[in-house]
Design a protein around this ligand. Structure first.
Ligand code: ZN
Ligand code: ZN
Length: 166
């Protein structure tokens, strides 16, 4: 997935691009999730004289099991990125190197997707999870179990009031 810039040298008009790739092509492996199906990447390259500024938007589908209710979930995601490419850049620089007159986007796209994943994987932001007693999915209704767990901090407070009554 790359954009040729050889014959664009000195030109200042934006270069639009659009690609479809896959997690496999990008060697993108999440520890506890997968990006499934097509990963669509589109955007434009803006030559700025000595550098190229790439503005892109990634659309992909994440497949995972919800951390709270364990439900298998497919989530549509959109991620945006802005990256600079330069002929003077070295590997490891903030600016990406231009390799053989090409702006290679694979690493940028993979890193953008991976860095954007939240630590918690939830089927929806307010997922109620499973009842710790009977395992009922609490998103589908309450089961009526007594799930009250005494808070040890509260117990200390209760003792304090008891001791200070008389
Ligand atoms: Zn859930
Ligand atoms: Zn229950």
């Amino acid at each position: 997935m790359h954009i040729m810039v050889a014959e664009r040298e000195g030109a200042y008009e934006a270069i639009p691009f659009s690609f479809d790739t896959t997690a496999e092509t990008l060697s993108l492996e999440g520890e506890d999730y997968a990006i499934v199906g097509a990963i669509h990447v589109e955007g434009r390259v803006l030559p700025t004289g000595t550098r190229y500024r790439v503005e892109g938007k990634i659309t992909c589908t994440k497949s995972f099991d919800c951390d709270r209710c364990l439900k298998h979930t497919l989530e549509e995601q959109t991620h945006e990125f802005i990256e600079e490419f330069s002929r003077e850049a070295r590997p490891g620089d903030v600016v990406n190197p231009i390799e053989n007159d090409r702006l290679v986007l694979d690493t940028v796209v993979r890193d953008t997707i991976m860095a954007a994943q939240p630590l918690a994987k939830l089927c929806k932001p307010d997922c109620k999870g499973l009842c710790p007693v009977c395992g009922q999915d609490l998103n589908e209704g309450s089961c009526g179990c007594d799930t009250f767990v005494p808070d040890p901090r509260l117990a200390v407070l209760q003792d304090f009031f008891k001791d200070n009554k008389n």
